[in-house]
Design a protein around this ligand. Sequence first.
Ligand code: 13P
Length: 248
Amino acid sequence: MKKLIAGNWKMNGSLAANEALVKAMLEGLGGAVPAADMVLCAPAPYLAQLGGLLRDSPIAWGAQDVSAHEQGAFTGEVSAAMLRDFGCRYAIVGHSERRQYHAESDVTVANKAQRALAAGVTPIVCVGETLAEREAGQTELVVKRQLAAVIHVVAHCTSEIVVAYEPVWAIGTGKTATPEQAQQVHAVLRAQIAAATQHPERVHLLYGGSMNAANAASLLAQPDIDGGLIGGASLKAADFLQIVGSAR
Ligand code: 13P
């Protein structure tokens, strides 16, 4: 399976900065087929711009969130069908920043994943433990609980999701999980997916959390790490392309 490298810009960017960043990435690729599948996830107002910049390119684009509801009186929300209307292929759901700052529960995250799938958008489901949970020996318990909620709701569509393991303590901190630490959790997630679908090999398991040009190769060399979800380093064209290049 080709690896998947996803960039999460978070709440960064502007029309001018996005254009410069995407143009630098496309120039860097130079028309070559990337070593990994690529996707960029921008803030909602910039999705149409991103779609335009990436038209006929090998890079897909995605949203950073999607509503758990189908349509209606949900002020400020963006539905999966609206994303799909613009040609959006992916939506991150359950990022730890949304769980933490917007009180998203496992059930809400599962419903978001389900809405995305129903509209033809691939959800990138984020799971991950906090430092306190890791230190309490609860890492497996937490990630399995988070993923189980999604599997319970999406059921026979489990093989169509992407899962990103993002230990909260490694996000934006410069503290990366070691390849061994990440692999250990990825193996647990792989087993959980294998128990839920006949096609576990179709599910990309991404690692995220301070992944950068220097540490990507060793993480991506692990047997159950099928790609990355990149925050900070996705805002620098050269770094992001180097990560993509190390995904062989
Ligand atoms: P950083 O790569 O900046 O640590 O962010 C990871 C992340 O949260 C991606 O979704």
